[in-house]
Ligand binder design. Structure first.
Ligand SMILES: [Zn+2]
Length: 320
């Protein structure tokens, strides 16, 4: 449980917020790293990213309460992730891009855990539109199970993709202990208000020596450090917590996982999204159809340097 020190109404926009103790070590001493606004939906409010003085974890503090947080995930947040909603002329590019992402994730995974077999029991937590599991099914013949709390994507995966998915979260879903060989959380854990509770539940449903794969924003990368409040992957206040390999190792260890590897990487043209913000973009969701075009134009000159611009970390841990 993350300790809540006090709840209050934010002066600027009346949002119900809570001040918290560090979600990793419980310390109540932190320092301000930066202040930032929501640049995806352009909603009012300024948020504070803090760093724990005791364990170095970075987290949003104060943050919207669990209920207030729902308003930061409007249906539009999910609509833009459904490929079929994009203009038809760019759909093949989006498809190729998404497949590239999944292919890379599977390659990282298999280098550590070996080839995914058709009978491997996989759960993708926060599966969204099931990009990863669709790819694993096509490439490895393995029928994974998705889990997501948004009704719209659950319906999409069930009706359009005809793939199995559970509606809810790890806390509400009723999975049997030690059921899964592999649990994946791609760009998920940073959205969770209580990452420890999520990882403990993940451990419970993973078999001994099974694996957990996490993809998270890389808050130590050059883009994060230089662009600060204009860094695309900051995404406050939806991203509530930022792990480094050190803080990740600690929380995983405390939840019954051994961290095996951490890889840092970026995606082609991804830096273009942050650069759009540097050049004044303040409400991405409104101009979503132009996002691929804009990020391509702005990101292309940086393609030769992308190895120096990591945006994500990909971590693999083993259940101990
Ligand atoms: Zn701490």
């Amino acid at each position: 449980m993350v300790e809540i020190i006090r709840s209050f109404r934010a002066l600027e926009h009346g949002e119900q917020q809570e001040e918290i103790a560090c979600p990793l070590c419980g310390s109540t001493s932190d320092r301000l790293i930066l202040k930032a606004r929501d640049l995806l939906f352009g909603r009012p409010g300024e948020y504070r990213l803090a760093q724990c003085l005791s364990c170095n974890l970075k987290y949003v503090n104060p943050r919207p309460t669990r209920q207030a947080l729902n308003r930061h995930y409007p249906d539009r947040y999910y609509e833009i992730s459904i490929q079929d909603n994009a203009p038809s002329f760019i759909q093949p590019f989006i498809r190729a891009f998404s497949d590239g992402i999944s292919k890379r994730r599977v390659a990282y995974l298999e280098r550590v855990i070996g080839r995914i077999a058709p009978e491997t029991e996989v759960l993708d937590v926060g599966c969204g539109t099931n990009l990863l599991l669709s790819y694993i099914k096509r490439a490895r013949g393995c029928q994974g199970l998705g889990l997501d709390f948004n009704r719209m994507v659950v319906q999409y995966v069930r009706d359009q993709l005809k793939m199995p998915i559970v509606h809810g979260t790890l806390q509400t879903a009723d999975f049997q202990a030690a059921r899964f060989d592999l649990v994946t959380m791609m760009e998920y854990l940073e959205h969770e208000a209580d990452p420890r509770a999520v990882l403990q539940k993940a451990r419970l449903i993973t078999r001994m020596n099974g694996h957990l794969a996490l993809e998270l924003p890389d808050s130590l990368g050059l883009p994060a450090r230089i662009l600060r409040s204009l860094w695309w992957n900051l995404d406050l206040p939806r991203h509530l917590v930022f792990f480094t390999p050190d803080t990740l190792r600690r929380i995983l260890d405390e939840c019954g996982f051994e961290l095996l590897t951490v890889k840092r990487f970026t995606l082609p043209l991804y830096i273009g999204l942050s650069l759009g913000q540097v050049f004044g973009q303040r409400h991405w969701a409104k101009n979503w159809r132009w996002v691929p075009v804009l990020s391509t134009l702005l990101g292309a000159p940086f393609l030769p340097f992308q190895i120096a611009l990591p945006e994500f970390i990909f971590a693999i841990a083993r259940a101990k």
